[in-house]
Structures are given as structure tokens and as C-alpha cells.
Design a protein around this ligand. Structure first.
Ligand code: CP3
Length: 357
């Protein structure tokens, strides 16, 4: 069997065109998703493997992307810790029992969190069986998960998170160890169920100073990534990470995800040639007219030209209200323009015999 372009790119092997998938590709911008959500609550949907697999596959097929991402959420793994997870229509996720003090950390139940979310593995199995493209499993990275556990929801300044980190470093490291161990087993469970690659979302890690990342996050990420099943590509993604790129690279991953605040070429130079890169169109560009989208796509592809291992994506998730026809047009543009760009740059063409596909 020939390698899928997405997996070739993860491994920095030649691909016939630049593969593309989109973070949050199954979501509220899509009418098919909204129809499912009109009958199922968000948590209900995540816990219904037939419905979750269906949402995963429908989004990938509708868009024509090169990979699917399993429909789930980064916060599901926190529920077994007794945090009181709820998704509210108006305020997003709420954790009713935040963990703020060293005593709270001590009181966390010893439950095997990864075993308690077996519904996700079942979704992976079902989606894998129905898909023609690779399936990405995912989890939140320990820092981003810790920020939700400690703040009790989303946050602007991470006051409680940083208070625990700076004020009670031992409790901080205990919490991070617990989360990193749970996430490693959770991702290995998704891999065992059929995930072809996994992505770690450290969405909010960009709030940290580099020194603090190095001290309070890096060792946990290294241990986590080192504990993952070998041979399965790991995508390491964060936002606002322009000050942290070298450290993210040290933390690990076969692919580094970049947001749109960094120039893709400059960011790639900083993480080095030994790693693939994913990104990095501003999700808001999808609200622009098609000719403007095309122009921005050309610029991203130009930054990656001549290097092996670019996976096209947005710099963060698709937003509600994004026109679906623009998303589909984006996927087509990337396929078409990257195939042509490779011919132009003399890197070879589809069917020339030098492609790994
Ligand atoms: O990408 C996909 O299509 C797969 C599914 C997926 C969801 N969440 C579904 C979801 C993925 C990969 C995530 C990751 C996730 N969840 C992250 C990391 C990515 C990022 O955006 O930084 C984070 C921080 C979360 C936590 C979370 N879940 C928030 C903050 C919210 C509310 C805000 C929002 O976007 O609605 C959620 C809910 C959520 N997760 C929805 C979806 C489709 C919307 C829920 C609904 O249907 O009402």
C-alpha cells in the first residue's frame, strides 16, 4: 500500500502535494454538525461512539481533507479526576471543582483516568474502520489541561495557575506528573484503537515565559512524549508560542504546529530542519473573499517551498460562522497550488517515480 500524503509529510518524506487538514474541522460552522447537536448534548455526543465516529468521518469527507481528527475534546480526560466537567451553552467549558491548593492536588482521586474514557477508543475504532484517510488521535498537553483544572474554565491571565506554579512548585509538579501520565496512557489507548498519528494541544502554553516553560513544563512534556508508542507521528501544537519555539522542539514531537503570528519559514528555521511543520493560516482568513484566501495560501506555501514535511493547517481552530464553501475551496486550493508549486520548483511531479506516495 502507498503511504498517505499526510503520513509521508509527518515523516518528512516526499508527498505528491501538500496535505491539509483543519483543527476543529468538525464543529459548529458545519450544518451537518449542528443537526447532530440539535438532538445530542456535547458530552452526550462525545460519549456516543457511533455518533462521534460519524461526525468525524462526515467532516473529513465533506471537506476532502487528507486526515480526519477524532471527534472528542481535550477536557474529557479530566472528568475521571472528579473536576465536575460541564459544557455550558454560554460560557464554554466549566469545571465546578477546581484544584487550587496543594491540599486539592493531594485529594485528587487515584482513578485510572485513561481507562475511564474507553468510549473515545471505541469512537477511534469505528471511525478508523469507516475512513479512507489517516485518523489523528489527540489530547490536551498537561499545561493546558492544568490551566483548566486550576482555573475551573478558560482564562485570560492564568492567575490561579501561575499562583500554584510559582507558590507551590512541588504541588504543581505533582499535578503535572499526574496529568502527563494520564495523557500518555490516553494517547496510547487511542493508538492501540487505530489512531495513525496523535496531536498534543498545548493551546494556552504561550502565556509562559521561556524560563518558566523550561522549568515547569518541558520535563513533563519530554517524559510524556517519550512514553508514547514508537513509530506513530506526534504533532506538538501550541498558540502564541513565538517566544518558545526552540523549547517546544526540545520538548519533542515529529511535527511542530505553528500559529499565524509567526512567519512559517522563520519558525521552521528556528525549530530546525529535523522536524516537520504544521500550519499556519490565520483562521479569520476564511472569512475573506476567495481571491484573498488564494493569495494567503500562496504565501504560506511559498514559505514552505523546497522543504520536506509541511502539513497545511490553520494556526488555530476553525471558528463558528466560517463559510463551509470557503473551507472546501481552501482544501482544493492547497492541493492544486502545492502540486503545481512542486513542479515549478523542480522537486518532481506526481508519478515521476521519486515520490513516496
Ligand atoms: O478538531 C476537531 O474537529 C475535533 C474535535 C475537537 C473539539 N475540541 C470539539 C469541540 C478538538 C480537537 C478539540 C480540542 C480542544 N478543546 C481544545 C484545543 C484546541 C483549541 O481550540 O485550542 C480546547 C482548548 C478545548 C476546550 C474546549 N472545548 C473549549 C474551550 C470549548 C468551548 C469553546 C468552543 O469552541 O466551543 C469546547 C467545546 C467544543 N469542543 C466544541 C467542539 C466542536 C463546541 C461544542 C458545541 O458543539 O457546542
Amino acid at each position: 500500500m502507498t503511504a498517505a500524503p499526510f503520513l509521508s509529510a509527518c515523516r518528512r518524506q516526499p508527498a505528491p502535494y501538500t496535505p491539509i487538514w483543519l483543527m476543529r474541522q468538525a464543529g459548529r460552522y458545519m450544518p451537518e454538525y449542528r443537526a447532530v447537536r440539535s438532538r445530542l448534548g456535547f458530552l452526550q455526543l462525545c460519549k456516543d461512539p457511533d455518533a462521534a465516529a460519524d461526525v468525524t468521518v462526515t467532516a473529513a469527507e465533506r471537506l476532502g481533507v487528507d486526515a480526519a481528527i477524532i471527534f472528542a475534546d481535550i477536557l474529557l480526560i479530566l472528568e475521571p479526576f472528579g473536576v465536575g466537567l460541564e459544557y455550558s451553552q454560554s460560557d464554554g467549558p466549566v469545571l465546578h471543582n477546581p484544584v487550587r491548593t496543594p491540599a486539592d492536588v493531594e485529594r485528587l482521586p487515584a482513578a485510572d483516568a485513561a481507562a475511564a474514557v474507553s468510549f473515545v477508543y471505541e469512537s477511534v475504532r469505528k471511525a478508523r474502520a469507516a475512513l479512507k484517510v489517516p485518523l489523528i488521535g489527540f489530547a490536551g498537553a498537561p499545561f493546558t489541561l492544568a490551566s483548566y483544572v486550576i482555573e475551573g474554565g478558560g482564562s485570560r491571565n492564568y492567575v490561579h495557575t501561575k499562583s500554584l506554579m510559582y507558590g507551590a512548585p512541588e504541588a504543581w509538579h505533582t499535578l503535572m506528573r499526574r496529568l502527563a501520565a494520564a495523557v500518555a496512557s490516553y494517547l496510547n489507548g487511542q493508538i492501540a484503537a487505530g489512531a495513525d498519528a496523535v496531536q498534543l494541544f498545548d493551546s494556552w502554553v504561550g502565556c509562559l515565559a521561556p524560563d518558566d516553560y523550561e522549568r515547569y513544563v518541558l520535563p513533563h512534556m519530554q517524559r510524556l512524549i517519550g512514553a508514547l508508542t514508537p513509530g506513530v507521528p506526534v504533532i506538538h501544537f501550541g498558540t502564541g508560542t513565538a517566544g518558545l519555539l526552540e523549547l517546544l522542539r526540545r520538548a519533542g514531537g515529529d511535527v511542530i504546529g505553528l500559529d499565524w503570528r509567526v512567519d512559517l519559514g522563520a519558525g521552521w528555521d528556528r525549530v530546525g530542519a529535523g522536524v516537520a511543520v504544521q500550519g499556519n493560516l490565520d483562521p479569520l482568513v476564511l472569512f475573506a473573499p476567495l481571491h484573498e484566501i488564494r493569495d494567503r495560501v500562496a504565501r504560506v506555501l511559498e514559505r514552505a517551498r523546497g522543504r520536506l514535511g509541511h502539513i497545511f493547517n490553520l494556526g488555530h481552530g476553525i471558528l463558528p460562522g466560517t463559510p463551509v464553501d470557503h473551507v472546501i475551496a481552501l482544501v482544493d486550493m492547497v492541493h492544486e497550488m502545492s502540486a503545481r508549486a512542486e513542479r515549478d520548483s523542480g522537486l518532481g511531479t506526481r508519478g515521476s517515480g521519486v515520490r513516496a506516495e
